[in-house]
Design a protein around this ligand. Structure first.
Ligand code: COI
Length: 356
């Protein structure tokens, strides 16, 4: 059996000023330290270390800058009322990271070791976990290709990095319903593309539509890239619609990211005996349900977004107000239960919580 690598600790003494936990935005401040690990074809993944948070030194010809060979993940550490620190289903994030790695021709990471690295880093930065309601320490593991080479091929050098950021709500609306625009011109990805991998290019490709969307739009809703008919996801979250008592979410089809929160929502709904269907759902079906008065709720689910009720859905020719622009009962119950489990306020019947 291979000997487990020891994480070298190179710590800094002077702490940065911590932001006020009730005034946190998303992803603007970073903690004192980060985790780094290198890969070369000769040595494999090696030299795991925790070092002061600082700019990286990367060659301008590093392949990531030119061809975008990179992947990332997003998870959170939560502080409980008792002062314990917990993660939420982190194993799924590293499993998904390896799935993304495979798609981007990046060598796999040791998932158990990556979890150990997260725990060690989060434990070190425990004082950075904010305490205000709805805040947490966002964890961003990512891998970049660092070989200095301009040929189009998989890199032979990589860096695996984990940074931490104390965060508040992802959307400026907080937990209030957001306005989403149906995207009819651009597509995010197609089946066979990179849609189900968590790679920066998918997000870069989404910016134009977001920029073109009207004022007040939080995000755009992507439709399938072939028929431009079926709902896919929002980019920062998966989506759910409650129609006539049943919750429907687009089935995973190769171009939709398999969200950890998405999976948790499905499991919770099944646990509560709320009908939940994973299937194709078209915008026409949503328009029709709205017309008939059976569109009860719409909401998004993601690590950063948690559960985000959708109060308005707009497109070129339709403007739907959903549940009078208010948070629906299902979204509220899901939000309360998920955050209750994450912050250790309610019992975790699924064994989702991982103590640090
Ligand atoms: C997350 O929910 O953690 C994500 O990675 C989405 C990101 C666009 C903020």
């Amino acid at each position: 059996m291979e000997e487990e690598q020891v994480i070298r600790m190179d710590l800094c003494s002077s702490g940065k000023e911590k932001p006020q936990s009730d005034q946190l935005a998303f992803g603007r401040t970073f903690t004192d330290h980060m985790f780094l690990m290198d890969y070369t074809d000769e040595k494999g993944w090696h030299d795991p270390r925790v070092v002061p948070y600082e700019p990286l030194t990367v060659d301008p010809s590093a392949m990531v800058f030119h061809y975008g060979q990179s992947v990332f993940e997003g998870m959170k550490a939560y502080l409980t009322a008792e002062g314990d620190v917990q993660l939420f289903r982190p194993q799924r994030n590293f499993k998904r990271m390896n799935h993304s790695n495979d798609r981007l021709c990046i060598p796999p990471i040791d998932e158990a070791f990556a979890l150990k690295a997260v725990k060690q880093l989060v434990a070190l930065e425990k004082d950075w976990i904010p305490e205000a309601e709805g805040t947490s320490l966002y964890i961003r593991p990512f891998i970049i290709s660092t070989e200095p080479f301009l040929g189009v091929a998989p890199s032979s050098h990589y860096q695996f990095i984990i940074i931490l950021s104390p965060v508040g709500a992802y959307y400026k609306e907080g937990i209030n319903p957001i306005k989403i625009a149906v995207e009819n011109d651009y597509v995010r990805t197609v089946a066979g593309g990179t849609g189900e991998a968590k790679t920066g290019g998918n997000y870069a490709a989404s910016l134009k539509a977001q920029e073109m969307a009207e004022e007040g739009i939080a995000q755009v809703l992507w439709l399938d890239g072939v028929e431009r008919k079926y709902i896919e996801e929002v980019g920062s979250m998966n989506v759910f619609f409650k129609i006539n008592g049943k919750v429907v979410t687009p089935a995973l089809n190769g171009s939709i990211l398999e969200g950890v929160t998405r999976n948790s929502v499905i499991q919770l709904l099944k646990h509560w005996n709320v009908p939940i269907e994973e299937r194709k759902i078209s915008m026409d079906e949503v328009y029709q349900a709205h017309k008939e008065g059976t569109l009860e709720e719409a909401f998004g689910a993601g690590t950063a977004a948690v559960i985000s009720p959708i109060g308005e859905l707009v497109s070129h020719h339709e403007h739907l107000e959903i549940n009078s622009g208010q948070t629906g009962a299902t979204a509220k119950r899901l939000y309360d239960t998920l955050t209750g489990i994450q912050y250790g306020k309610i019992q975790d019947p699924f064994d989702w919580v991982e103590k640090v």
